[in-house]
Write a protein that binds this ligand. Structure first.
Ligand code: PMP
Length: 304
């Protein structure tokens, strides 16, 4: 990733890609306190547009607030920075990665004296769980690793440190040939995927875990809203893994994963073992929105 042409926004400057480096004694690299976002821009009807830029930027700043990281840039500046990175790299559709991290002034757990840095990169990134997965669905297994308890890590923050837990879970199931992992919370209820929220469909209703142990996904919120507009009831509640086994349909949502059907969990086929009709409808509507084909959600798009 480091050796390529292009530009990265780094503390307010547009820096050539290869020069956007940081010291090996960067605090975040050693202790894992940092926050970031995953955002996508799509080639939409009237040009390239970032999907829900404001919501992503607000979540980024809230993540920093939760960790008491003092960010020297406000929301509007960071929104403009993300658009500028897409333009500077002449990208039509891409993934955008803003990250906030501590500097290298000191070691040790205290972060008091540390500088806070912000970088924004962008690069082309296709379907995270595969184009085939978007259509046919993916095979998922429950990980033996538990999602963080609300007082172990801060679940509302999209933090660097959350992803050690995600990588452990994904690594474990990918080794055995599964596409993705789900993690259960400390009480054994379904929390989320390693990088996605989860939904199930049962008897025409949509269910998703409440926001205790999972990230407050922006795609999740979009799907809840779209389902409401279609008249599909949405219930946020605790979900057990066997409820997922017996669901009519299941799918993941996320900026990277978009809306990816789950065709199997723990070797139990879900529904017909294919993308179900409600999943397909919501997925199609979601793609209409991100591509600027849904007039009612034009406000979700920020043209670059
Ligand atoms: N949960 C986790 C752990 C994630 O990493 C992500 C991706 N950001 C999501 C859920 C989905 O969030 P969003 O729809 O905002 O990308």
């Amino acid at each position: 990733m480091a050796d390529r042409d292009g530009f990265i926004w780094y503390d307010g400057e547009m820096v050539p890609w290869r020069e956007a480096t940081t010291h090996v004694l960067t605090h975040t690299l050693h202790y894992g306190m940092g926050v970031f976002e995953g955002v996508r821009a799509y080639k939409a009807e009237q040009g390239t547009a970032v999907f829900r830029l404001r919501e992503h930027t607000e979540r980024l700043l809230n993540s920093a607030k939760i960790f008491q990281m003092k960010v020297g840039f406000d929301r509007d500046t960071l929104m403009e920075a993300q658009k500028a990175v897409v333009r500077a790299n002449a990208l039509e559709s891409c993934y955008i990665r803003p990250i906030i991290f501590y500097g290298s002034e000191a070691m040790g757990i205290s972060a008091k004296t540390l500088s806070v840095h912000v970088a924004v990169a962008a690069w082309p990134w296709g379907a995270y769980l595969g184009a085939d997965g978007l259509e046919r669905g993916i095979r998922v297994r429950t990980s033996s690793f538990t999602r963080h308890h609300v007082n172990v890590n801060m679940c509302r923050a999209k933090s660097v440190s959350t992803y050690t837990n995600s990588i452990l879970a994904h690594q474990e199931v990918a080794t055995d040939g599964y596409d993705e992992a789900i993690l259960l919370d400390v009480d054994g209820y379904v929390a989320e995927g390693s990088g996605e929220n989860i939904f199930i469909v049962k008897a025409g209703k949509l269910y998703t875990p409440d926001l205790t142990a999972c990230l407050e996904g922006i795609t999740r919120a979009s799907i809840i809203q779209l389902a409401g507009e279609l008249g599909i009831p949405v219930i946020e509640k605790r979900i057990t893994r066997d409820e997922v086994y017996c669901a009519d349909e299941a799918f993941f949502t996320g900026t990277a994963a978009e809306v990816t059907p789950i065709r199997e969990l723990d070797n139990r086929q879900i529904g017909t073992g294919r993308r179900g009709p409600i999943t397909e409808r919501l997925q199609a509507l979601f793609f209409d929105c991100v591509h600027g084909r849904a007039a009612q959600h034009e406000d979700w798009l920020a043209y670059v």
